[in-house]
Design a protein around this ligand. Structure first.
Ligand SMILES: *Cc1c(COP(=O)(O)O)cnc(C)c1O
Length: 417
């Protein structure tokens, strides 16, 4: 007999709230951040153009990832947009992207009037499948945005080989992959550019914030920093505006917190991996679900913990399983970014962009007529339907991981065929 699910009025497996990234219980934020903030406030220089913290944060961040340059931004979305402004695509140019990512990894393409082209994922790790990229390359393709989803690295070797052969620019979206390693290299330093986020849920946080890293900060006729600074070359005190660019400045307050957080990143990653490996062990003997894996020789950093349902053994939808697990006290949801891939959100599906123009989709006839209601990426559709995504954080201990495993066991027992 299985125990009655909390979802059906039974007792919760985990009655007390687990540590969460949403507050101090699951974040290493305390006295040092407070002192750093007080120092900035007392200096009276809150803006990056007046203070020193943003510059220090950028230098330390570049050194950690292993690139020559880093330019900070106000968010991860702003970091991706900055990278695309730098690339300076023609309206209607195409940028290849994964359908399993945050919307902030896609909307900057539209903001720059380029068109996202979705390449399906490999169900093994839910990263973009390199074998499916080449069929989507056209004469308009300019770049590939490679998301390292859930903290596991995408298979960069074949992706870089394809990109180099077709002269495409590669932007790594590392928002979920701080200190993830691919075959001995830190992600963000493998492609031509890497973009990071310091939003509240990521491995380290400044509330909001982002960073672009690269070995080349001058290309395509512009400098990277100008792309997040009003197209303004500030050297020598000049006032000039060379091209269309937003103000995406990070503030001194964010950078001060970021400098402290950066010191804690190694430990945060270690704690996330340690507790997640306990859940790995528990689920390795469970045939009803399959935890995602990562490529051999790589180091994953557990942004989220994700498993998929085996429908031969379970009579339940991903949506219902996630709802039942959440009712047991686990911070989880069905599918990433949701129970459908990113192209099924109105901004893309219904061209909700610039007035009623439908730009940039309608700039190119073959794109204006794409029906995103269809399953254009079948593996991603399946992954969104069948995945349960658990928010992970550095406050989770071995004991918590075992409680989460107990809750998963209980839900499985209720839906076993
Ligand atoms: C969080 C995230 C972003 C956007 O970052 P924000 O700081 O929230 O703007 C982009 N891509 C991925 C994969 C993310 O997880």
């Amino acid at each position: 007999m299985s125990q009655k699910l909390a979802y059906h009025g039974g007792d919760k497996t985990i009655p007390d709230p687990l540590p969460t990234f949403r507050n101090r219980s699951g974040r290493q934020i305390g006295e040092e951040e407070k002192e750093a903030l007080i120092e900035v406030v007392e200096s009276g220089s809150l803006a990056y153009i007046c203070g020193t913290k943003v510059g220090e944060f950028e230098m330390e961040f570049a050194a950690l990832v292993g690139t020559q340059h880093a330019v900070s931004t106000s968010s991860g979305t702003a970091a991706i947009h900055t990278a695309i402004i730098y690339l300076n695509p023609e309206p209607g140019d195409e940028i290849i992207v994964s359908p399993i990512t945050d919307i902030g990894g896609v909307t900057p393409i539209l903001s720059q009037l380029a068109i996202p082209v979705f390449v399906d994922i490999d169900p093994y790790d839910q990263n973009m499948d390199p074998a499916k990229i080449e069929a989507s390359i056209t004469s308009r393709t300019r770049a590939i945005i490679v998301t390292h989803i859930y903290g596991a690295p995408a298979d960069m070797d074949p992706i870089m080989e394809i990109a180099n052969r077709h002269s495409l620019f590669v932007i790594e979206d590392c928002a979920q992959a701080h200190q993830t390693h691919y075959k001995g290299r830190t992600v963000g330093s493998i492609g031509h550019m890497g973009c990071f986020s310091f939003q509240q849920s990521k491995h380290i946080t400044t509330g909001d914030g982002g960073m672009v890293v690269s070995d080349r900060d001058e290309q395509f006729g512009r400098k990277l920093r100008e792309c997040m600074d009003k197209g303004w070359p500030r050297e020598g005190g000049s006032r000039d505006h060379l091209f269309l660019a937003p103000n995406y400045h990070m503030t001194e307050l964010q950078a001060a917190v970021g400098l402290v957080q950066l010191k804690k990143l190694g430990e945060a990653v270690r704690l996330r991996r340690e507790s997640a490996s306990i859940l790995d062990n528990r689920l390795s003997t469970v045939s009803e679900v399959r935890a995602l894996k990562w490529h051999p020789g790589c180091v994953e950093t557990r942004f989220c913990y994700v498993f998929t349902l085996n429908h031969n053994k379970l009579a339940v939808t991903g949506q219902e399983f996630a709802a039942a697990l959440a009712a047991e006290g686990v911070d989880c949801f069905n599918g990433y970014p949701g129970n459908v891939p990113i192209y099924k959100y109105p901004v893309i599906k219904d061209h909700k962009t610039f007035g009623s123009s439908g730009w940039p989709f309608t700039l190119v006839e073959s794109h204006g007529s794409i029906n995103y209601e269809e399953e254009i990426c079948p593996e991603a559709e399946k992954a969104c339907r069948d995945s349960v995504v658990i928010w992970w954080n550095e406050g989770l201990t071995a004991e918590h991981a075992n409680l989460i495993a107990d809750a998963i066991d209980k839900v499985i027992a209720n839906y076993r065929r």
